[in-house]
Design a protein around this ligand. Sequence first.
Ligand SMILES: Cc1ncc(COP(=O)(O)O)c(C=O)c1O
Length: 399
Amino acid sequence: MSLRDDFRTFLCQTSSEPIGMEVDHAQGCMITDRSGKKYLDFISGIGVANIGHAHPAVVKAIADQAARYLHVMVYGEFILEPQVRLAKRLADIVPPPLAVSYFTNSGTEAVEGALKTAKKFTKRKKLIAFKDSFHGDTQGSLSVTGREVYQKPFRPLLPYVAFLPFNSLKPLKAIDRHTAAVIVEPIQSEGGVNIPDDEFLPALRKRCDETGALLILDEVMTGMGRTGELFACRHWNVVPDILVLAKALGGGMPLGAFIGRPEIMKTLSVDPPLSHVTTFGGHPVCCAAGLAALDFLIENKLPERAERLGRYMMDQLKKLFGVEGVKDVRGKGLLIGLELMNSKLTERFVSNCREAGLILGWTLHSNTVVRLAPPLVMPEEELDRGVRIIQKALSKALQ
Ligand SMILES: Cc1ncc(COP(=O)(O)O)c(C=O)c1O
């Protein structure tokens, strides 16, 4: 049996047509398969490799921490230096008054924690989310993910959840004094790279203030510099009550966090204590990796770089306007959506790109929007090469 056959037989499959690339190694912006073919990575493991794959600073931090200790105690009991140092560093860079972090293993767990914290703090039941959102696949996160096709097989989900249209002001009236929290992605990523109008997030903040509902910003995809700011909420000067991070936070290791004001986060330590615990959340090796990644991101001004490269890439891609088959190009920083006319064309285009050595993919909720999210460290000549591949792959898909 080949490795591919074993993959098909022994690993639970999540689709009938996985990409199925046999990975040999990955470094920087390149992934090399077992035949030696090199691929330029334009999706960063879906928004994870912001500082590139296997960054030497991260690899060293992992090795150093692994040599000291791995898991020693469940989250929140022992004082683990990498956790404390990362939490303190995050407190310096998140918008005040956010200051206290709870670390998790993943994005969906961070969303779960944020929702539970909001319900406990406000003593309210109702949750508001948005159509076409994605917040993760565990039951609570799925309950606030605004896509019927993914919710339906798993009902009953959480009660008291209402979905509003994204980027629409009038429906925000549905947020009321029974609402514990509103959860939103500043830019909907899986929804098809949907960027709200400038009024939307400030209006949402205002409505939450009027009603006492907590605003949870899910920056799992948009955080850590991806959109040209360290956190996308800075584009609109909106400060959430709870900020959710994951993906690039761990520098390639599994790490998530929800970060809030001290008085909100304190709610998890009382009535009863230990009402939200995790064994592995904030694993010391992952926190050490996250700290190294964050230091590199900030020292090298990668959010600014993402802004500059994103603008350049959008200019290049906009030249595709007028090309038959291209409907829209939109984005912020290095989170860009390329919308094509139909799903067959999109499928052919993505597969042509892969054949030519470029990895990208469409979004979960839209089979006509291709998401481009290269590492923020991508050299300009590689970015240009990627754009050339995109142009050729598109012409070929149109033939
Ligand atoms: C906006 C957003 N929130 C939450 C999640 C869930 O994160 P994870 O896959 O780490 O559970 C994702 C994953 O794609 C995401 O894009």
